[in-house]
Design a protein around this ligand. Sequence first.
Ligand code: ATP
Ligand code: MG
Length: 140
Amino acid sequence: MAIERSFSMIKPDAVRRNITGAITTMLEEAGLRIIACKRVHMSKSQAEEFYAVHKERPFFAELTEFMSSGPVIVQILEGENAIARNRDIMGATNPAEAKAGTIRKKFALSLGENSIHGSDAAATAAQEMAYWFSGSEITG
Ligand code: ATP
Ligand code: MG
């Protein structure tokens, strides 16, 4: 299996509830290493750019309001099969459908306020890592 990197964002609902450490522990226990990390507060337009793929969806306004409503933690995760592994430990988008032992099952409040984002493919991971981090912020 290949060592990969993926991008993760702990969403405002989780930052507000002070559970970023608990979520990071679950990522680490799944075998992922945090090789870059910072706290940012997205503007509405940054949130719109980040989720541009969903701009035609009925929940786009709600999603971008929520994502810009408070600070988030952006991270780069490294490990074997990191992209798929991160999606596995996150769990399904809707916490009602997420498996036991996943982050969203344990912490998500709703389909919208679901505590964590993770890149869904190599191309989006590369694009999201490059958008949020400069080379010198990635320490390995
Ligand atoms: P993310 O991209 O945040 O990792 P995901 O890939 O599991 O989540 P997407 O389909 O990309 O799911 O949806 C992006 C986000 O939009 C979801 O995580 C959720 O916060 C929000 N969302 C998705 N569907 C709905 C919906 N029907 N109503 C409200 N919010 C939604
Ligand atoms: Mg997605």
